[in-house]
Write a protein that binds this ligand. Structure first.
Ligand code: SF4
Length: 319
């Protein structure tokens, strides 16, 4: 990795029930194996259960989102025990205290923690077609629009899982650079390290971010703010096989004149096989990293794309 971070310095917010805390309405948890068995080896989780934090007991009657006159409240199915304001106030409080987080994993479907597609009911108890956002999660995301966020359910998908972890490490890298005192040189260096990463997600953003850094009329603070907003938005766009294959071909082009003919052919073959869905991404990447050891190219070895997070997570083995 171009940027290494100690486990204790990488903090991820998480719904408490996902890491085994028995805080759910029924006294149980909703343990996520990915969080507990894999990600926990590399990050420190900061857990929050908003419903317990606002004073609801364990176990407790279920609560839900209820829509009346375009207003959402969170209360028991009969409308009693309204905790809307308490959840919103606690969300604001946590959001202001957790600027050091580099990501957040929310528990899906919860009226408090759900990131999207939360069930909404009318006062008569019928589910509405429109979906909501958990009131606590809404406050966290509104106060930290750059923060990489995901739900436990979506993290089962290997592509979404890889995407989330890559965003977390990129954001943590940015937070570290920013905390060290941003300069134009640091900003352009950071961008040069993420060029192939951005290319694999969104070619339009790749061009726009380059043009942004070339502007002479923008104060550094404004440029940095626009840059990181553009980068984090680009990284949420899923990198498809086609886009990865295109990026791999660009990397190959950068150092192919150093390769022997048989080495070049082997790499072309692997990139094609990856594009066609026959092999996972780590196969051509392993070959590129192998060639880079033999024919070092400083510009390439500093690319986050080649090693965006600890290899032990094996996130590029599955697609
Ligand atoms: S989903 Fe959120 S509110 Fe519900 S038990 Fe888990 S942490 Fe608590």
């Amino acid at each position: 990795m171009i940027y290494t971070v100690e486990k204790e310095d990488l903090k991820i917010g998480v719904s408490a029930c996902l890491i085994g805390e028995k805080v759910r309405y029924d006294g149980g948890s909703k343990t996520s194996d990915f969080c507990n068995l894999e990600l926990a080896n590399h990050v420190v989780f900061k857990s929050f259960c908003p419903e317990v934090a606002i004073g609801l007991p364990i176990p407790r009657p279920t609560i839900r989102q209820i829509k009346k006159n375009d207003m959402i409240t969170v209360a028991r199915p009969d409308g009693s025990g309204d905790v809307t304001e308490a959840l919103q106030a606690y969300g604001k409080k946590v959001a202001s205290m957790t600027k050091d987080l580099s990501g957040y994993i929310f528990c899906a479907k919860s009226p408090s923690c759900g990131m999207e597609r939360v069930k909404v009911f009318n006062p008569e108890g019928n589910a509405l077609p429109s979906k909501g956002v958990g009131l606590f999660a809404q406050e966290i995301m509104a106060a930290n629009p750059l923060l990489p966020c995901e739900e436990n359910g979506r993290l089962i998908d290997p592509i979404l899982r890889e995407n989330f972890v890559a965003r977390v490490y990129a954001y943590k890298h940015w937070q570290t650079v920013e905390a060290s005192g941003l300069t134009k040189h640091k900003l352009t260096t950071f961008h040069s390290q993420y060029k192939y990463t951005v290319m694999s997600h969104d070619l339009v953003a790749y061009k726009n971010l380059g043009q942004l850094l070339a502007r002479a009329d923008l104060p550094l603070a404004d440029m940095a703010q626009q840059y990181i907003a553009g980068l984090m938005a680009a990284l949420t766009i899923i990198a498809t096989r086609k886009k990865h294959a295109n990026t791999l071909a660009h990397i190959q082009g950068y150092f192919s004149k150093h390769l022997q003919s048989d080495e070049r052919q082997e790499l072309c073959k692997q990139i094609d096989s990856y594009r066609e869905g026959l092999i996972p991404l780590f196969v051509p990447l392993t070959l590129i990293n192998h060639y880079l050891l033999r024919y070092p190219k400083e510009y390439l070895t500093k690319q986050a794309y080649l090693s965006p997070y600890p290899d032990e997570l094996k996130l590029r083995y599955a697609y």
